[in-house]
Design a protein around this ligand. Structure first.
Ligand SMILES: CC(C)(COP(=O)(O)OP(=O)(O)OC[C@H]1O[C@@H](n2cnc3c(N)ncnc32)[C@H](O)[C@@H]1OP(=O)(O)O)[C@@H](O)C(=O)NCCC(=O)NCCS
Length: 162
């Protein structure tokens, strides 16, 4: 009698590779949920209009990238090149960066920032800036780890009388 064939090995777990690419319309739902998760504020109209502007302005230096793990969107970064604003030569601005809490410390934000900065360099920009809330030590730790330092600019604001 022929020996029974050995049981098949368990299927390889899905290789969930981290990758970075330009946002697509189909990513918006995940971006909206991720932003709501991180900020506690769900704002689909804002994200839809931002996506629309991104599509129209991509040639003028707007960047909207997502990080994916397998097929899931786990993070995003938005940046743009601004010319001669605040009296400074053209530079790249990081406007927002977020990674899902359950996918942090995997290097996603580092890769998002690297790809964003490659885009800035292609636009012949040699400086990157951002603004962050003073008490947000998490984002501060991240930006410091990437080599960002205090800039020579100071933000100012005032309340407008009603
Ligand atoms: C900040 C944030 C984007 C980092 O994303 P991430 O994918 O986890 O970051 P990375 O894995 O690329 O981490 C890179 C480095 O950042 C630093 N860092 C990241 N998370 C940190 C933490 N919790 N504490 C201290 N340092 C941290 C570390 O130096 C880390 O390098 P290491 O892992 O070699 O120590 C993510 O935590 C996040 O989305 N936070 C909320 C963001 C937010 O407040 N957005 C609103 C303003 S735009």
């Amino acid at each position: 009698m022929a020996a029974a064939s050995p049981p098949a090995p368990p299927a390889e777990p899905e290789r969930r590779a981290l990758s970075i690419r330009t946002v697509r319309r189909g990513d918006l739902k995940a971006v909206i949920e991720l932003d709501a998760l991180v900020t506690g504020n769900r704002k689909p109209a804002y994200w839809n209009s931002l996506y629309q502007r991104h599509e129209e302005a991509v040639i003028t230096g707007q960047h909207f990238l997502v990080a994916t793990l397998g097929s899931q969107v786990i993070g995003f970064v938005i940046g743009e090149v601004r010319d001669w604003e605040f009296g400074s030569p053209p530079c790249g601005w990081i406007l927002a960066i977020d990674v899902r809490p359950d996918a942090r410390l995997l290097g996603a934000a580092t890769q998002l920032l690297q790809v964003l900065c490659q885009g800035f360099k292609r636009a012949k920009v040699s400086k990157v800036r951002t603004l962050l809330a003073r008490e947000n030590t998490l984002i501060l730790s991240f930006f410091r780890s990437q080599g960002m330092m205090i800039s020579p600019f100071i933000p100012l604001e005032m309340d407008l009388a009603p």
